[in-house]
Write a protein that binds this ligand. Sequence first.
Ligand code: PAX
Length: 147
Amino acid sequence: MALQRIRSLLLLLLLTLLGLGLVQPSYGQDRMYHRFLRQHVDPEETGGNDTYCNLMMQRRKMTARQCKRFNTFVHEDIWNIRSICSTTNIQCKNGKMNCHEGVVRVTDCRETGSSRFPNCRYRASASTRHVVIACEGDPQLPVHFDR
Ligand code: PAX
């Protein structure tokens, strides 16, 4: 009985702290990190051709509701990508100062003019280029592909 009361009080305390914003659930950041992984990280492939983009944009669920117009896949180990988060902070397109830049191997997939949902079609462009990503949390994790 006493144990049950303590449990209820602890639950109430946790809900109060959450309500006051004193305890931050890491769920949001975790969700964004996993979305970043799904949309932008493909260490296995070197990509580079239209077939790759057509397949990967579908496989990574960026053509389910509409054709995402532009998306970059980074062909580096996740640890290399995460290490970009520890470089100097620079300004993101939205003005926030949590962006970082690095040079990585990528495939940029751009929707073609004749592409029509649900038959999304892409043109690939493979390169090694500067990218800018936004990072958040502790540890710092990539959450957004800026440019
Ligand atoms: P996103 O949707 O813009 O951002 P994307 O990779 O799916 O990214 P929600 O909850 O959805 O609103 N965001 C940020 N979080 C933290 N810190 C900063 N600075 C920040 N800026 C944005 C994913 C989430 O990150 C949040 C943002 O609000 C989202 O959270 O690019 C359009 C898409 O093209 C990709 C990247 C974008 O999709 P645009 O036109 O807005 O710049 N993309 C773009 C790409 O893959 N490669 C590229 O080279 C470029 C230029």
